[in-house]
Design a protein around this ligand. Structure first.
Ligand code: XMP
Length: 526
């Protein structure tokens, strides 16, 4: 049996009102899609050069052209089929998208004399449609080196900033609009309202994208496809796999079997916590595999990060495969793949060009397992998955759990892994997370953890000299985990974390706080 490339997902195929975002390489394309969905309209990201036939097949209510790093007048700059403007479908171009619209329809784009990055004051001259209900001035977020210098007569300016005369424009006879600023970023005040106005006032959307509909539709869809067969779901205790399991459980109940592989790289008491949560919420069949010895053998003597990941990936497949073979009559394998994974792996049909995160493929089980894939979350963003989890009745502690990487503590225990080092790391990590929770900052931070460094340093404890390990504390804030800022935690909290780790964790005499952003650093240390 081969793995199906047509995974079960409901909304992508069933959404009856949708907007498409043509991605010209913008760092904000996903953010645009999320903002549209926040307005209850399903939105997907597609390649900038998608064919007209593929657009028409999707029957979009509106099209958004994203920003991008190129200049429209450069040779080889990404373009869309100009026939798109003749479809009669409302179009909103943002930044590069706006410049492309202008250039395609008779205007001129040049390098602007004053580049604008950051906040600007927008003066609105036309308060109809797009700016309905707006004040005359708002703050907007700009990030451009080029701008429209000559507007064709076919267009009308709607708003300007002190250096950008055409900061918002509309076509006089086509439903085509352009914005030089970014309504999708939170720094633009009323950005959500602007997107709402475009969707509802201009594109006539009705707002039919609701998670409750998603649940009903997906459950029906799963039942139809699965029939009387059994589905296996890998469980990690993270929000994605838990929501996948919850959705499947609701759809097919006792036909669901879950497998939890304990790779010996979990956090303190994690296995017990996952089992307790699981048994509290589901009556489904649960298989717990104790893979600790297998993983530790596979990792012995290995310190190169990618090799560690590769070996963990193989060991995981070995454990999972052996356990899955014990489950009779299973035909499907469920995975908690999310929309950003689909986009970033380049697997979306007509999706934007791949920017593959090679090291994030640990959960991807190979074809050799011989199941058909079910990926019910494959059209959802993380925040939607969390809301879905809450809607399905999962506890808040699970729904708001920080992400934990597939290779677990192995990528936070730098260099060679030993049981002793993992034990030290577990204790330190538990202190970091519990102190952040106690300070009421867990929900406000995106990921917080300890890293055990392969460094020893001199200290003094009591009257004795010590020569022990250093621990780094990493805590970040991020929307999408592709870029991240280090969290500006209060000093007294950092002091408490440091004192507790040094006092309570044997073998650690120094704690550092990681103040690097991503990029150029990554969130994990390996
Ligand atoms: P980086 O370190 O690339 O991490 O900035 C971004 C996000 O991905 C998680 N991460 C992983 N998740 N397998 C996973 O399942 C991995 O190998 C892996 N590496 C990083 C990381 O925790 C963060 O949320």
């Amino acid at each position: 049996m081969s793995v199906s490339n047509g995974p079960i997902s409901s909304v992508g195929t069933l959404a009856d009102e949708r907007v498409i975002v043509l991605d010209f390489g913008s760092q904000y394309a996903q953010l645009i899609a999320r903002r549209v969905r926040e307005q209850h309209v399903y939105c997907e990201i597609v390649r900038h050069n998608i064919s007209i036939a593929a657009i028409e097949q999707r029957k979009p209510s509106a099209i958004i052209l994203s920003g991008g790093p190129n200049s429209v007048y450069e040779k080889g700059a990404p373009k869309c089929d100009p026939a798109i403007f003749k479809l009669g479908i409302p179009i909103l171009g943002i930044c590069y998208g706006m410049q492309l619209i202008s250039e395609s329809l008779g205007g001129k784009v040049t390098h602007s004399p004053a580049r604008e990055y950051g906040r600007s004051r927008l003066k609105i001259g036309n308060m109809a449609d797009l700016f309905a209900g707006f004040p005359h001035e708002i703050d907007v977020w700009m990030s451009h080196g080029d701008q429209v210098s000559n507007l064709s007569d076919e267009f009308e300016p709607l708003a300007s900033t002190s250096t950008c005369p055409f900061a918002a424009v509309s076509h006089k006879s086509l439903p085509v609009y352009g914005l030089q600023f970014h309504p999708e970023v939170t720094h633009t005040s009323l950005g959500g309202t602007l997107i709402h106005n475009f969707l509802y006032n201009i594109a006539g959307c009705e707002g039919r994208w609701h998670l409750s509909n998603f649940v009903t539709q997906t459950i029906e869809h799963i039942r139809k496809i699965v029939g009387k067969n059994r589905v296996i779901c890998g469980l990690s205790g993270g929000v994605d796999s838990s929501v996948t399991a919850a959705l499947l459980y609701k759809a097919i109940g006792s036909q669901l079997s879950c497998i939890l592989v304990d790779n010996g790289l979990l956090r303190k008491d994690e296995q017990t916590a996952v089992i307790t949560e699981f048994t509290k919420h589901f009556k489904a069949d649960l298989h717990v595999v104790d893979g600790e010895a297998l993983f530790m053998n596979a990792l012995a003597g290995i310190s190169e990060p990618q090799e560690k990941r590769r070996r963990i990936g193989h060991a995981f497949i070995e454990c999972f495969k052996a356990e899955a073979a014990k489950i009779k009559d299973a035909k499907f394998l469920a995975q908690g793949t999310l929309y950003p994974d689909v986009i970033e792996s380049g697997a979306a049909p007509d999706g934007p060009a791949a920017t593959i995160k090679l090291h994030h493929n640990v959960g991807g089980l190979p074809e050799e397992l011989g199941f058909e894939l079910i990926e019910p979350l494959r059209d959802l963003f993380k925040d939607e998955v969390r809301r879905l989890g809450a809607e399905l009745g999962l506890p808040e502690a699970l729904v708001w759990r920080h992400p934990f990487p597939g290779p677990g503590l192995a990528v936070r225990c730098l260099g060679e892994i030993t049981r002793e080092k993992l034990a030290v790391l577990r204790e330190a990590d538990e202190i970091v997370v519990s102190e952040i929770k106690n300070a009421g900052l867990y929900r406000q931070t995106s990921q917080a953890f300890a890293v055990l460094l392969p460094v020893q340093s001199v200290g003094v404890m009591g009257d004795a000299r010590t020569y022990e390990n250093a621990v780094a504390v990493r805590c970040v804030n991020t929307d999408d985990f592709m870029t991240a800022d280090w969290s500006h935690l209060p000093y007294d909290l950092l002091a408490r974390i440091s004192t507790r780790i040094i006092n309570e964790v044997r073998g650690v005499n120094r704690v550092c706080y990681d103040i690097s952003s991503k990029p150029p650093a990554t969130i994990e240390w390996e």
